[in-house]
Design a protein around this ligand. Structure first.
Ligand SMILES: [Zn+2]
Length: 503
């Protein structure tokens, strides 16, 4: 018996827990020339989500290490238990690995601070009865939330290797060897930094594929940690923009080639490794845990979106909280993209068009960003749920009608350089989260990104970078654009994730 499962959100295939390398849907590996399904393995845990903070008697109530505190939400935990590993041994694995990370990074994984910011709330003009909560990831391992995705993934890899080899978890960890299978990642900065720390901590070789625009300090840091760095240059623009854009991110393509050649996908893109998502669930668990009963007032959550793994994790963790009775309703999630690169905004427009085909013939708003709030209001009405479900199902079967690489001529530029992904790889979960909660995407201008960054620092979030405060830029944009404050009812709280630190 195992208390968790892995199911493909695209085709419904179940990945048996005993099968090796549970990274991608088994049906992806079969060549389908005409298969446009968005295969994505999602882990499901059988038991309801419980928050240790709700039960002061629980042994985990004072546990600061998120991957111990919330270990029962990891697929690896259930897989290890099914192999006969006891709870104490799994905890020992997490603590040992965390100590090895701390020896490299100067800190291990700890619950990150959640702070109310009355000064930011006032500056933005939030209603006086609303609290603005800021979850600050800038002091996390490697200075961003990316380490959460990857630490969760590293636990999965270790458990997978123990299962395949018949060794104990501690023996696999002590081996400090990659068995000829290096880890691989494509990134423009923060994810690569986190991956390099974690790979070094467990003595694994890491292949990193980065663009030439990656900061010099990041490149030096990666090399100092022993990562094998490849710089991938974007091809010169094709005369036909459609043909050029079809190419996508060269770092991502190089990463895929490395995985095809045998490297392990140690990445932050769900379609390449579905188990990368769950590590960042811990951000939401911590947020809800820290809020206690006040969590019911949390009605609006702004999250920056590049590749989409973070938002995918946020949406899934909030859904678990609702299913488990910890939240009475889903907070509205708002995906914040930059005006420079916004493939998720495009996908949201495409799905509105798809949904509207199934709606009763009547007057609907035009499909334009300024009318997204109106659409969100319409689509959360019970009468429209069937049309929304059908459109999402259709979209997962027809990925390329909704998501394809943004047209880039040269390297794109934005203050929020960390979210300039060509594609929102985890787009479908992001759309589902917005459509089911009543949220919508928000485009932040460069001016808004700059203003939010300054405001965050003035409010005491001194380390945060402009990518890290992009979620706040989304809130600021909505407050400036129109009467967003009328969408916040009295007593409703708003939260933003501040995701990364400046270098
Ligand atoms: Zn599948």
């Amino acid at each position: 018996m195992i208390g968790a499962s892995l199911i493909c959100a695209g085709c419904g295939a179940l990945h048996p827990w005993q099968a090796a390398e549970p990274w991608r849907c088994p049906r992806v590996r079969v060549s389908h020339d005409h298969d446009d399904t968005d295969h994505l393995l999602q882990r499901r845990i059988d038991t309801p989500l419980a928050l240790p903070g709700d039960s002061h008697a629980a042994s985990d109530a004072d546990e600061p290490l998120p991957f111990v505190r919330f270990r029962q939400r990891l697929f690896a935990y259930h897989r290890a238990r099914a192999m006969g590993v006891d709870d104490a041994d799994f905890i020992a694995l997490v603590r040992t690995l965390d100590a090895q990370v701390a020896a490299i990074a100067g800190t291990g994984f700890r619950s990150t601070p959640l702070r109310a910011s009355p000064s930011l709330a006032k500056q933005l003009g939030l209603p006086s009865g609303s609290t603005l909560w800021c979850k600050d990831e800038s002091e996390n391992v490697s200075g961003s939330h990316k380490g959460r995705h990857l630490f969760g993934l590293l636990l999965e890899i270790l458990v997978d290797e123990a299962l395949a080899s018949g060794q104990t978890l501690s023996a696999v960890l002590a081996e400090r060897a990659d068995r000829g299978r290096p880890l691989a990642i494509a990134s423009c900065g923060n994810a690569a930094r986190a991956a390099a720390v974690l790979a070094r901590a467990c003595g694994r070789r890491l292949l990193v594929f980065i663009p030439p625009t990656a900061e010099a300090s990041t490149q030096a840091h990666l090399r100092a940690l022993g990562a094998d760095v490849t710089i991938c240059t974007r091809a010169a623009p094709h005369r036909d923009p459609a043909r050029h854009s079809a190419a996508g991110d060269p770092t991502y393509r190089a990463f895929q080639a490395a995985v095809a050649a045998g490297a392990l996908p140690f990445c932050c893109q769900g379609p390449e490794n579905g188990l990368t998502i769950q590590g960042a669930h811990t951000i939401v668990y911590e947020l809800l845990d820290a809020l206690g009963p006040r969590r019911q007032r949390l009605r609006h959550l702004f999250v920056q979106v590049g590749g989409g793994a973070l938002l995918s994790a946020v949406v899934a963790a909030l859904a678990e909280a609702v299913q488990s009775g910890l939240l009475s309703t889903l907070p509205r999630v708002y995906a914040v993209q930059t005006s420079a690169v916004a493939p998720l905004v495009r996908a949201y427009q495409r799905i509105l068009a798809e949904i509207s085909k199934a709606l009763p013939a009547t007057e609907y708003p035009a499909i334009a960003p300024s009318l997204f709030p109106r659409w969100a209001e319409i689509l959360t009405q019970p009468a429209q749920q069937s049309a929304v479900r059908q459109a999402l199902h259709f979209a997962r079967q027809h990925r390329h009608a909704f998501m394809w690489p943004w047209t880039m001529v040269g390297e794109p530029h934005s203050l929020a350089r960390g979210i300039l992904d060509d594609e929102t790889y985890d787009w479908a979960c992001a759309l589902q989260g917005m459509l089911s909660s009543g949220g919508y995407p928000v485009l932040a201008s460069e001016a808004a990104l700059a203003q939010a960054h300054t405001a965050a620092k003035q409010a005491g979030f001194l380390r945060v970078c402009a990518t890290g405060s992009a979620g706040l830029a989304g809130l600021l944009t909505r407050m400036q654009e129109d009467a967003f404050s009328s969408e916040i009812s009295d007593g409703e709280d708003v939260a933003v994730l501040l995701t990364g630190a400046e270098r």
